[in-house]
Design a protein around this ligand. Sequence first.
Ligand code: NAP
Length: 318
Amino acid sequence: MKRILLTRPLPDRVIAAARDLFDVEMREDNTPLKMGQMRGALALYDGILPTLGDMFSATVFEEAENSRCRILANFGVGYNHIDAAAARAVGINVTNTPGAVTDATADIAMMLILMSARRAGEGERLLRSGKWSGWTPTQMLGLHVTGKTVGIIGMGRIGQAIARRCHFGFGMQVVYYNRSSKPVEFDAQQLPTLEAVAEKADFVVVAVPGGAETRHLIGPKLFAAMPSTAHFINIARGDVVDEAALVAALAAGHIAGAGLDVYEQEPIVPAALRAMEHVTLLPHLGTAALEVREAMGLMAVENLRAFFAGEIPPNLVN
Ligand code: NAP
């Protein structure tokens, strides 16, 4: 039986599915693997099921050419914590879990759009503080969402799921930026630059992967192009956004608000962001629902099964 390491505690169904097929060891610790632990795991296990925070950088793979481990079956669609090219260079396969996360993450984007526009976090804080003095016609007026324009950066699976929700659910116009041509089957307009999208959008939503290629793709230029009434939403990865530039744009009133699920230095969130009333901050909740986490885990286990059965794993990324 192949030896597999689950780097974090996972839902029971996922553990059971993995144990049906493999000799499984699961860390009870919820902290990311350290460098020495990653190197040790490459030597000791045939396959690893890692996740966000397990930083499999090129350095980790330096002496892994003949390591026992041949596959990292990542739990999550985003795998910017794994240097997939460096893994490939030493013959280690990397897989992810696309699709399983799409709807849940799009739902969180809608929640952030609504919370930011309608000042939900601020309102809840007001009520809980005991300072709410009752309804008035001009109390806490926010931005009406229905019929506005959403600008999606990255029209992939999640970007399209967000666009569909906005278009069919909220009667919104959809404009988007995508590095390649990406026609979609509903009314939406692809624009040539990030700034062209920012200029037109009441809500700019980021849905590209993280990693070196997209690092700080969103910065001062994009915030300057947004109308001062517009909101910025990030459900992708923290490193895609120049967080200092976002703080500056919010502080100067260049944009009206932000809804964030991800941060540059998770779990560290800048004090300046935490102090701002017009910012909605979620602790990376994108896929945080039991059935979604089960689907992700089962997909990762299926990638391991296929690989060890001599098939090409369905979600190979390198
Ligand atoms: P996807 O279907 O692969 O879509 C990715 C999109 O980003 C595509 O439109 C792609 O453009 C674009 N893109 C990829 N690399 C790029 C680059 N280097 N420069 C510019 N654009 C680039 O991925 P998905 O399933 O929608 O997931 C997107 C990301 O969401 C994941 O990678 C993950 O980091 C994040 N996510 C976050 C959460 C959360 O908990 N908040 C949950 C799930 C996923 P092309 O069409 O040109 O390839």
